[in-house]
Design a binder for this molecule. Structure first.
Ligand code: WT7
Length: 652
């Protein structure tokens, strides 16, 4: 396949001089070290980075593969790694800088963080009876108390499961039930674009029927009126007053679960991705150091929401593990205008800025000249995550935001990988727009041919796999070990051994650079939010008049992918009422999943293209949605004429 050769951008020599990994030779030496002595590589970093309560006796136990154990018998506590061990040298250093939607500000030092987390932990333990191993659901806005809540769970060994605040009550209820959570931590609500919005009412709705939840803790943020249920709901602001600043950290085993985070797959309900203690925190810290190269006095800002993995690893755990200052922002990047992020960069002298391509595209489109109005000279590293970044967005980010001097780190990873797995290193890797470049040291990332399991050659495409377990990898799907094996180790075998498959397609260019080309399964990526088409279909089908539905992704200029639904109704939609009906269906999706999952296009069709065995031919539907010519053989369809009918409907 011939393609246009991509331009190469060299790292800024001024920043490279002091980077943790300074050049490609250093990168290659680390990668070689991992290849030659895999366990020795991880042993070195685990000893160097983690403050163990009790050392481990074995680096890696693969006897029950694909279930594996890292740092066997080691004892530690993640909050000790993230807080206590810094107090000797960093107690007055800002751990968290918070900025609210409406511009209110708060700086939390490491000592203050320690007190807040310990008080919170005492509250959960003493007032709520939360014990090691209990599941606690966190449904919170982007406020410091959300980070305290996560760390308080980690302090006492409870397993947190954060549900993104954009999820509906139904989605929240499903996740609460699947995890069998006994406590929910929430807030009255928060602020968005200057106005209050509510969360507590969503929790009330989620708990309105039989529920495993016994107690709800409510943080007051926007002070709007909410309903209180006596004996179930408690005010954080009241209960926290009586707690002690001291709380002993629970001694955790390396492989004790740290958190669950639900994510979408190609089939069935979202799965509870389980991450455990030692391997996760080690990799969170190592990737923070290598990929963002944060220095002692730097200010680092990741714009994600803590409801997604990026917020877990790169707002809370990673930055705090390395003792950095992490900025936490409640608002949206375009309020009050598209200069907001750049205003904050100027004001806080941000050195590393990390966001998603969808945000970059929106900021580019709505505020192309905004960066020029602010002093952005503090910036050194610009990160992107969540979906492939298109070269025009990359170029604007590099030039207009980064002043053509910053490294762009296009970080490729997933909820399941715990941290980055493929990314440029800011001092070392020559960059190409749209390329995640090379696997990080210690990550055995390879593009394999799905049929043969062999590594594909330069210029070739295949499936993005990881051929050895790594410390921060997913440890299981909550309550469903078989699903874990089937979902990640079912498809591809290398030399007869099942390897981890990410679900993404990828390509090596002529220089061996990796470009991620997108999902090969029925997962779509809407504004960096991962959704299963099956999930959206199940939501649509809740509408009483929907007979059958098929959902596909369609390229979208700002969101990356938009959602396109083909719906067959039980009773035909009367002429002229299609728009109203589409709105009704989107309303059902908002109830079942949340606002971010609504369909951009809904087309009512008299039937769906199915094979004689009843399988919906999604590839045909994808082509029609994109307006592409149908190249697939349709003669094997039960009713080939349906394709032309659907095409006419879509064009009409
Ligand atoms: C999926 C994972 C990783 C945190 C946010 C999303 C896509 C992620 C990139 C990138 C191209 C990317 C993949 C992946 N993805 N980063 N830099 N380039 N694609 O986490 O919700 O688990 O989604 O996001 O398709 O499988 P997630």
């Amino acid at each position: 396949m011939s393609e246009v050769k991509k331009p190469v951008f060299q790292p800024n020599p001024q920043f490279a001089a002091t980077a943790r990994i300074k050049n490609m030779d250093e990168y290659l030496a680390l990668q070689k070290m991992a290849e030659e002595d895999y366990e020795g590589f991880w042993d070195k970093f685990a000893k160097e980075k983690i403050d163990w309560i009790k050392p481990y006796t074995q680096v890696l136990d693969e006897s029950d593969t694909p279930f594996c154990k890292w740092f066997v018998n080691g004892k530690l506590n993640v909050t000790h790694q993230c807080i206590d061990r810094h107090l000797a040298t960093r107690k007055d250093k800002a751990a968290i800088i918070f900025e609210g939607d409406r511009g209110d500000k708060q700086t939390i030092t490491y000592l203050e963080l320690s007190h807040s987390v310990n008080k919170f932990a005492n509250l959960l333990k003493n007032d709520f009876g939360v014990k090691k191993g209990d599941r606690v659901v966190i449904y919170m806005p982007m406020i410091p108390e959300a980070a305290y809540a996560m760390l308080a769970c980690a302090r006492i060994g409870a397993i947190h499961s954060i549900v993104f605040g954009g999820f509906s009550s139904e989605a929240l209820k499903d996740r609460i039930e699947d995890a069998d959570a006994k406590v929910v931590i929430t807030a009255d609500g928060a602020f968005r674009k200057g106005k209050p919005y509510m969360l507590k009412s969503v929790v009330d709705e989620a708990l309105s029927q039989k529920s495993p939840v016994q107690k709800v803790l409510v943080v007051q943020r926007n002070n709007e009126e909410i309903t209180w249920i006596a004996g179930r709901d408690y005010s954080y602001n009241e209960l926290i007053k009586n707690q002690s600043n001291e709380c002993e950290a629970e001694v955790m085993d390396s492989e004790d679960p740290l958190f669950l985070l639900y994510t979408s797959g190609s089939t069935g309900k979202p799965k509870g991705v389980q991450h455990n203690t030692a391997g996760y925190i080690l990799w969170a810290q190592m990737t923070m150091e290598w990929v963002f190269d944060v220095k002692e006095n730097d200010i680092y800002w990741c714009t994600a929401d803590i409801g997604w993995i990026t917020g877990h690893t790169y707002i809370v755990y990673g930055p705090l593990a390395m003792g950095a200052t992490t900025v936490m922002f409640e608002g949206v990047p375009t309020y009050p205008d598209a200069g907001r992020p750049w205003k904050m960069v100027e004001e806080y002298k941000i050195n590393q800025f990390y966001t998603a391509p969808t945000a970059i595209r929106v900021l580019h489109k709505t505020g192309e000249n905004e960066p020029a109005k602010y002093d952005l000279s503090s910036l050194k590293v610009l990160g992107t995550v969540g979906e492939p970044i298109d070269p025009p967005a990359w170029k604007w980010y590099y030039e207009a935001v980064g002043g053509s001097k910053c490294a762009i780190v296009d970080t490729y990873w997933q909820t399941e990988t715990g941290g980055h797995i493929i990314s440029p290193l800011p001092g070392a890797t020559p960059m190409k727009p749209g390329c995640a470049t090379f696997p990080l040291p210690g990550i055995m990332g390879e593009i394999l041919d799905p049929q043969t399991g062999q590594k594909v050659g330069l210029g070739e495409s295949g499936y993005m796999c990881i051929t050895r377990p790594w410390p921060a990898m997913i440890r299981g799907v909550w309550g469903d070990p078989q699903r874990f094996v089937k979902a990640y180790f079912g498809d591809i075998k290398k030399e007869g051994k099942a390897v981890y498959f990410t679900g993404d397609g990828a390509h090596y260019d002529e220089d061996g650079y990796i470009t991620i080309t997108g999902r090969t399964d029925d997962v779509i990526n809407v504004s960096g939010h991962r959704l299963g088409t099956a999930e959206v279909e199940a939501a649509c089908a809740k509408h009483p008049n929907v007979a059958e539905v098929a959902v596909v992704g369609k390229p979208h200029a700002l969101k990356g992918e938009g959602i396109f639904a083909y719906i067959m109704m039980k009773d035909e939609v009367p002429f002229g009422e299609e728009i109203e009906m589409a709105k009704e269906i989107n309303k059902v999706i908002i109830q079942e999943i949340g606002n971010f999952a609504t369909c951009d296009d809904i087309v009512f069709v008299p039937g769906l293209p199915k094979t004689r065995s009843g399988k919906i031919m999604r590839r045909i539907l994808r082509s029609i949605a994109k307006g592409e010519a149908i190249t697939q053989d349709i003669s094997t369809l039960e009713d080939p004429s349906i394709v032309a009918t659907i095409e006419a409907k879509v064009k009409g």
